[in-house]
Write a protein that binds this ligand. Structure first.
Ligand code: FEO
Length: 411
């Protein structure tokens, strides 16, 4: 049994589906309050547009809502802002039921489309500025890639001031009261969603905000998950702007480079290396070096520190031919961050084979760090001479952080 038809504007309706039971989304996100797969229907004087669909398992709810609002032969456009299956799950069936509707996707979605629906279909590509008309209603497209996949775009319903923002401004938060001023307190879900989905793409968030702010007047934001936002639009825009702009490390304001040495040590040997590397790096003017013991660092702090660091140095002993788990955990937290442009380096003391620094080096290469120096390894207890080498290695990293050009290692 469906609830009442919910208009979100003049001739604009919610056609999505609620998923109160989901507790994990995309494997990594906890969804304590469930979620929703938001879809919308826009009715103009010359036809109807469907804005996104839902996850396949919720197709019945979606089609039931659509059928209460229009007949399939009235649908002129199907707009997919984002092809992830939670929004494209009912696309193929909708196209079968509305064969005359034009599918509109972003240019980056073209290669994904066939992978999603496994068949050739006709479509039109939308870039920033393209418009489609439904008679008395106009939908203008905005290219907002990487939020959350490369294909993501947004659109703006000009006459109503409604921004269809894709995953941007979404929350995994189920509440059938739907509007932000009527649902429960979803602030934690809004921030959590930003941190997990948008944070790795801050520059793209800022670019999207520029496009959004250039829209005449946004009266309502209709995202693909969670509450529809209408109570204080600037609060949501400003929150994204702040989270995407802020720097905690104030030394950046004075032009200093932040070099962080993360280490884990069982017999203080790798720790001694870390200390010497830090001292060497910190002796370079313009570099502020610090060291952090991974054995006691919370993941949230790891993420913040990694994000702020210009240079990330990771040290681990070798145990059973591998780096130890806290070092891998540190690097796995890069899933939440942009790594492009960061410098990386690895080191560690070892007793027998000493593979850990090289393994971490390879992982950092895979994460797109710039790795100018070969891994630094020392067998067992470092001598005074070896610690001097660590200081020199740290100095070299500091100089590279400040712009010294070196030939990149191919190891
Ligand atoms: Fe809600 Fe990235 O899909």
């Amino acid at each position: 049994m469906l609830d009442a038809i919910v208009p979100i504007g003049e001739g604009v309706y919610f056609t999505g589906a609620f998923d109160p039971k989901i507790r994990t989304f995309d494997i990594i996100m906890k969804t304590a309050n469930g979620s929703s797969y938001n879809s919308y229907l826009v009715r103009g004087s010359a036809g109807v547009a469907i804005m996104d669909t839902v996850k396949r398992e919720f197709s019945d709810d979606f089609f039931a809502r659509v059928e209460r609002l229009c007949s399939y032969d009235e649908i002129r456009y199907i707009v997919l802002h984002h092809l992830e299956p939670d929004h494209s799950g009912a696309l193929e069936e909708l196209m079968r039921r509305a064969p005359d509707a034009k599918l509109i996707i972003s240019h980056r979605a073209v290669l994904m489309l066939k992978g999603i629906i496994k068949t050739d279909v006709a479509f039109e590509v939308a870039n920033t500025g393209k418009e489609i008309s439904l008679g008395d209603k106009t939908i203008r497209f905005l290219s907002t890639p990487f939020l959350h996949w490369p294909d993501t775009m947004s659109s703006y319903l000009v006459e109503e001031g409604i921004l269809f923002s894709g995953d941007v401004f979404g929350s995994h938060y189920y509440d059938e009261r739907l509007f932000d001023d009527q649902v429960g307190d979803f602030a934690y879900a809004f921030k959590y969603y930003y941190d997990h989905i948008m944070r790795p793409f801050k520059q793209h968030v800022l670019a999207a905000l520029k496009l959004y702010r250039a829209c005449d007047a946004i009266a309502l934001i209709a995202p693909l998950h969670g509450p529809v936002l209408r109570s204080n639009i600037n609060y949501y825009l400003d929150s994204y702007e702040t989270w995407s702009s802020q720097k905690r490390f104030r030394k950046h304001e004075f032009g200093q480079k932040m070099l962080s040495v993360f280490y884990i040590s069982s017999y203080e040997n790798t720790q001694k290396m870390a200390q010497s590397i830090m001292v060497g790096a910190d002796s370079i003017e313009g570099v502020r070096a610090s060291m952090y013991d991974l054995a006691s660092l919370e993941q949230e702090n790891m993420i913040d520190l990694m994000e702020e660091s210009d240079v990330v140095v990771v040290g681990s002993p070798t145990v059973n031919g591998d780096a130890v788990k806290p070092a891998w955990d540190l690097l796995s937290s890069m899933a939440f961050l942009e790594s492009a442009g960061k410098i990386g380096a690895t080191f560690g003391s070892y007793g027998w084979t000493g593979e850990a620094p090289q393994m971490l080096h390879e992982r950092m290469r895979g994460l797109k760090f710039r790795l100018p120096l070969a891994p630094l390894r020392i067998k067992l207890i470092p001598t005074a001479q070896e610690l001097s080498e660590c200081v020199a290695w740290g100095k070299e990293l500091g100089e590279i952080a400040m712009g010294k050009v070196v030939e990149m290692t191919l190891e």
